[in-house]
Design a binder for this molecule. Structure first.
Ligand code: SF4
Length: 164
């Protein structure tokens, strides 16, 4: 089973969501949040058709001379997006392309854009490699994590699956 940026993101956000997504229990279309994300993504993709880059199983929003740019619709889980971006930086690095990460959050109803930066330092790279190994073992196991019972569950595409 191939790890993707979304899987890396979900592993931080919710291990249960990570396992369900990786194992193709795909309820993503039911979530309004996911639909908004898709629309934003399509709009963004139209504007920047030439800048989106696909490498192996990942899709990078933009690469500039200095940065790999990841665009998100919400800053609700910055830690998850950071891991996802570090994963993309690592894939690029393995291809001989070294960049820093720039994450832009374009939130609904907000004019201003929030931007944060990440860097694939040696320590982060070691942490990431360890994490990727953990993720691989986890998604291939038959031990799906339990429900979180956290406020974020209400916005999750798997809410009905988990609680109803
Ligand atoms: S509803 Fe909650 S527990 Fe279930 S997958 Fe989503 S975030 Fe995880």
């Amino acid at each position: 089973m191939k790890v993707t940026g979304t899987i890396v993101n979900y592993y931080s956000h919710c291990k249960r969501q990570c396992w369900l997504f990786a194992n193709k229990v795909n309820l993503e279309d039911n979530s309004e949040n996911v639909r908004i994300g898709k629309v934003l993504h399509e709009l963004k993709a139209e504007k920047a058709k030439k800048s989106e880059v696909a490498i192996e199983n990942i899709r990078i929003d933009k690469i500039t001379d200095d940065y790999l740019v990841e665009v998100k619709k919400s800053d609700a889980d910055i830690e998850a997006v950071k891991w996802q971006t570090l994963y993309y930086l690592k894939i690029l690095k393995d291809k001989g392309i070294e960049r820093k990460g720039k994450i832009e959050f374009i939130e609904k109803n907000k004019q201003e854009k929030k931007t944060i930066y990440v860097e694939l330092t040696k320590e982060k790279e070691a942490d990431l490699e360890k994490r990727l190994e953990e993720i691989q073992i986890y998604i291939e196991s038959d031990q799906v994590a339990g429900v979180l019972n956290e406020p974020k569950c209400k916005k999750c595409a798997y809410y009905e699956y988990c609680y109803i």
